[in-house]
Ligand binder design. Structure first.
Ligand code: URA
Length: 251
């Protein structure tokens, strides 16, 4: 599989120390019109030498290829890349290294423009969302800072660990869900839902009154509390039963 021309490669990248030990930066491979992109951690020993990600002949790539086959996909139908383009050799991949490679990853995502990006493992999750926690986040569709759809899952290397083979069916289930979302006509799952940002006490009071006025039927209301970017400590509380709404916001 050739690399799509739209992906701009930089073989002289020295943005982080990984280039010193890597044979070459390994850029993603896959169809230019792939609807699914999978982002791994970093190229392994064999990938570093051959210059291709997730080689079928290396353990993680072999398992990934098998899982993709189990959900009816050939690896050639998916765009495969990594959080860092250079292999880590014997060093730890730091947050700085992931950050240094983030621009390259975003350039690949923009060039391929997939319907959904699967983030396999903590480095991939960290590159896009700035935090780790893959065992909690896996399987949950998220909208990234760039407005794209991301679905985190466990890295296949975890399922290769003889202590945790139970991850394999979980990765398969997550990838199946990712494929289903990528195949839907409507690219954004939030379209069709009314989203209201409640960021002032007045709007919270309004929300409270709206909740109280809701008919006592099967109406579903979802809440998500965001604390990112808040400079002042605050407390927020919201309670709603079919007949009662109660909201408070204190700084
Ligand atoms: N090979 C890759 O290219 N990426 C991984 O995360 C693991 C193996």
């Amino acid at each position: 599989m050739d690399r799509p021309a739209a992906v701009k490669v930089d073989y002289d990248c020295k943005a982080c120390p990984l280039h010193k030990t890597a044979h070459q930066p390994v850029w993603g491979r896959g169809p230019e019109n792939a609807i699914l992109m999978i982002v791994g951690e970093n190229p392994g020993y064999e990938e570093d030498r051959k210059g291709r990600p997730f080689l079928e002949t290396a353990p993680a790539g072999e398992l990934l290829t098998l899982i993709l086959k189990q959900i009816g996909l050939s690896r050639d139908q998916v765009y495969l890349t990594n959080a860092t383009r250079c292999t880590k050799a014997n060093q730890d991949v730091t947050a700085k290294m992931i950050k240094a490679c983030h621009g390259h990853l975003m350039q690949e995502i923009e060039a391929i423009n997939p319907k959904l990006v699967v983030l396999m493992g903590n480095p991939a999750l960290k590159s896009i969302f700035g935090h780790e926690g893959i065992t909690k986040a896996h399987g949950l569709l998220q909208i990234g800072p760039d407005g794209r759809q991301y679905l985190p899952t466990i890295h296949p290397a975890a399922a290769l660990d003889t202590r945790t083979p139970e991850w394999q069916p979980i990765i398969q289930r997550d990838l199946q869900a990712a494929l289903k979302i990528a195949l839907r006509d409507e690219p954004n799952p939030l379209v069709g839902l009314d989203l209201i940002l409640v960021d002032t006490t007045e709007k919270l009071t309004e929300l409270d009154q709206t909740l109280k006025a809701l008919p006592e039927d099967d109406t579903l209301v979802f809440f998500d509390f965001e604390t990112n970017g808040l400079k002042t400590p605050f407390q927020a509380g919201l309670e709603h039963t079919l007949s009662r709404g109660l909201a408070s916001l204190r700084r």
